[in-house]
Design a protein around this ligand. Structure first.
Ligand code: VGL
Ligand code: ZN
Length: 194
């Protein structure tokens, strides 16, 4: 497939944070493998003057998604801690980039970058119609961000070479990919861009 990028396109990089990397509090196996491919996408979008959105999980320290506070996850991506920082090798552009924090209030969780954020508004203000989504975790925040985009009427590309999942249950990531594709997302790899 050949996909030509244009002014209505944006890149969304989902949750490439230390706590989701190997050794982190909620590690995604091989989560760090998304950094290099994502840097290529970031460079491409940036060099074309297209906006790049970085979502981050950004929880208060007694968050509802944490074990002991009603949730299932170990504490992760706590505001103002190292674990919440982006991977140090992630190439965050100087210009035309946006950081979207989610899950920031104690009593709400958000797997989608659109939930409780101004992401939709920022995209609409810029006339964006197509989003290209990669990052972690395939079976949680990538999935819900892609489905959120589709529900809001965006065309969504799933960056198959720049996603990794948690797989709490074996096959979760594969099932998540199938669900995204069934619901209208189109899977591409970097070579498809021109
Ligand atoms: C995520 C589990 C809990 C994710 C966030 O970014 O996919 N997963 N919080
Ligand atoms: Zn979280």
């Amino acid at each position: 497939m050949r996909v030509s990028l244009g002014e209505r396109d944006a890149l969304i990089v989902v949750d490439v944070q230390r706590d989701f990397m190997p050794g982190g509090a909620l590690e995604v196996p091989e989560g760090d493998k998304v950094v290099e491919p994502l840097n290529r996408y970031i460079e491409k979008f940036s060099s074309l003057g297209l906006p790049v959105f970085f979502t981050r999980d950004y929880h208060p320290k007694e968050h509802i998604s944490f074990k002991g506070y009603g949730g299932v996850w170990p504490p992760h991506c706590v505001q103002n801690t190292e674990g919440a920082e982006f991977h140090p090798d992630l190439k965050i552009p100087q210009d035309n980039k946006f950081i979207i924090s989610k899950g920031t209030s104690k009593d709400f969780d958000a797997y989608s970058g659109f939930q409780g954020t101004n992401l939709d508004q920022l995209l609409k203000e810029r006339g964006i119609r197509r989003v290209f989504v990669g990052g972690v975790a395939t079976d949680y925040c990538v999935k819900n961000t892609v489905l959120g985009a589709l529900n809001l009427g965006y065309f969504a590309f799933l960056l198959l070479d720049a996603i990794k999942g948690v797989d709490v249950k074996e096959g979760d990531s594969q099932r998540a990919i199938e669900e995204m594709l069934c619901k209208g997302a189109v899977g591409i790899t970097f070579e498809d861009l021109k």
